[in-house]
Design a protein around this ligand. Structure first.
Ligand code: ADP
Ligand code: ZN
Length: 218
């Protein structure tokens, strides 16, 4: 089964992709996490993509598709959750082609919705642990524990692109580049829309319903 999670920044795609991959044995592929990993390693790829990410622009499609092809060649069983990919029509068409080559397709494209005010609130308070990856979204939690990860004790950090002006730009890029995927996946009858303003568990339950309905029918 192939699921895509998309939506503007800050809607909780990464959090939900983690929860779903644990619950349903999906392999998660997050292009954003992968690219940030390359940046922190200062690999040639990381150096190439750093400036795009820091200014809130998309990384060019050819780079992204190279990564996706490698990932798919290593994950042939096909239980995959894509987090933050595809992000352009071109990426969506290329994904369809690459999956088609191994007789696969996208089963669900789930769009998570949230209004801009809440996106700002969440992202401006977001910090993460660079060691274990845990995400903290609650300003009071962060202050109470002195900015230290409660799981592993490392100092929490902010993502460099979680800055007000850059968040605005990422939202705009979403509207311009990614929003056309809604009509595309509607035409393929795999589009689902979910309100992401609830708690982590509420959103998780809504996505689970979609997956369960699908697996029950099989
Ligand atoms: P968010 O959805 O919160 O913006 P991500 O971690 O998914 O966070 O993405 C962070 C950045 O990584 C994007 O702003 C973009 O520069 C780059 N990126 C991630 N995925 C893609 C993709 N599929 N295509 C192009 N750029 C991408
Ligand atoms: Zn930690």
């Amino acid at each position: 089964m192939r699921i895509l999670l998309f939506g503007p920044p800050g809607v909780g795609k990464g959090t939900q992709a983690d929860l779903l991959s644990k619950e349903y044995n999906f392999t998660k592929f997050s292009t954003g996490d992968f690219l940030r990993g390359q940046i922190s390693l200062s690999s040639p790829l990381g150096i190439e993509v750093k400036a795009y990410i820091e200014r809130g622009s998309l990384v060019p499609d050819d780079i992204i598709m190279r990564l996706v092809r490698i990932f798919l060649s290593e994950n042939r069983d096909g239980n995959i959750i894509f987090d933050g990919f595809p992000r352009t029509m071109n990426q969506a068409l290329m994904l369809e082609k690459v999956l088609g080559e191994v007789d696969m397709s996208v089963d669900f494209a789930v769009e998570l919705h949230l209004d801009e005010e809440e996106i700002m609130r969440r992202l401006l308070s977001r910090q993460h642990c660079p060691h274990c990856g845990k995400i903290y979204n609650n300003v009071t939690d962060i202050q109470e524990n002195g900015g230290i990860c409660s799981t592993c004790g490392h100092t929490l950090m902010k993502r460099i692109d979680d800055d007000e002006a850059i968040i605005k730009r990422r939202i705009k890029v979403y509207e311009e580049e990614t929003k056309p995927l809604v009509d595309y996946y509607k035409s393929k009858h795999v589009y689902r829309s979910i309100d992401a303003s609830g708690s982590r568990d509420e959103v998780f339950n809504k996505i689970s319903e979609i997956i369960n309905e699908y697996t029950d029918k099989k």
